[in-house]
Design a protein around this ligand. Structure first.
Ligand SMILES: [Zn+2]
Length: 239
């Protein structure tokens, strides 16, 4: 059992709104053991209470602006004004810089989503927030909320695909990986026709991508989505 105190460290941050510095916890890389990776890339660790997604969001204790690393570095004057009026003016100083449990992490994501909406962040940034929030609800087995946020994530990922901003939030996100992920999120939402369509788009990269792992996953999940789709249609006929 690794102890929480030694696996976490304090990272110093500068608020991208008010410029004050504060510290927030991060998980040391290499300190966790992977138990399982879901098909939408949610990773479960042996030390679930240290899942790095608990610590993705930085919340400025002074002004309430919440952000992740891929947020825009600088806010435009109109965005600063909106944050002042809609976030800071209503903020009661609160520090999220110590150990977080899932319920507190959920609050940090909701703050970051609100801040992202107020400040016109790229679709890929918003998509990443919605997906991680859905994963936190999955970890708590709160499936209605999980599916609600998966729905919001997939909308933003589709916009990110259309606007080609997907590498903004995650340097590992390629076009084929994004197409696969959109397919998988639609499959989870039981929108099988859309899932099959996106898995097909990912599979079209079969001969041109070096990401053979993604192609294999797209193949498997395409097959699964087709089976689930048939089952659903049969159920509807019987019903
Ligand atoms: Zn601040």
């Amino acid at each position: 059992m690794i102890d929480k105190v030694s696996a976490l460290y304090d990272k110093s941050c500068t608020c991208r709104h008010c410029q004050k510095s504060f510290t927030t916890k991060r998980v040391k890389s290499g300190s966790l053991t992977i138990v399982h990776r879901d098909h939408d890339f949610y990773t479960r660790f042996k030390e679930q209470s240290l899942n790095p997604i608990l610590y993705t969001v930085n919340v400025c204790p002074a002004c309430g602006f919440a952000f992740t690393d891929p947020f825009k570095e600088k806010l435009a004057p109109w965005e600063k004004q909106v944050v002042d009026e809609q976030i800071s003016a209503k903020w009661t100083p609160k520090d999220f810089g110590s150990i977080r449990q899932a319920p507190e992490a959920i609050v940090t994501y909701k703050l970051a989503i609100y801040a992202a909406e107020m400040t016109d962040q790229p679709h890929s940034v918003k998509a990443g927030l919605y997906l991680r929030l859905a994963w936190l609800y999955r970890s708590l087995e709160r499936f209605a909320e999980e599916f609600r946020f998966i729905g919001m994530a997939v909308d933003e990922y589709e916009l990110s695909y259309i606007h080609s901003d997907y590498a903004r939030a995650d340097k590992d996100m390629s076009e084929v990986r994004l197409l696969y992920l959109i397919g998988e999120l639609y499959r989870r939402l039981q929108k099988f026709d859309l899932a099959i369509n996106y898995f097909g788009k990912a599979l079209a990269f079969r001969n041109t991508t070096i990401e053979s792992g993604i192609i294999r996953m797209a193949q498997d999940q395409w097959q699964l989505a087709r089976e689930e789709y048939k089952e659903k249609q049969n159920e509807q006929k019987i019903g």
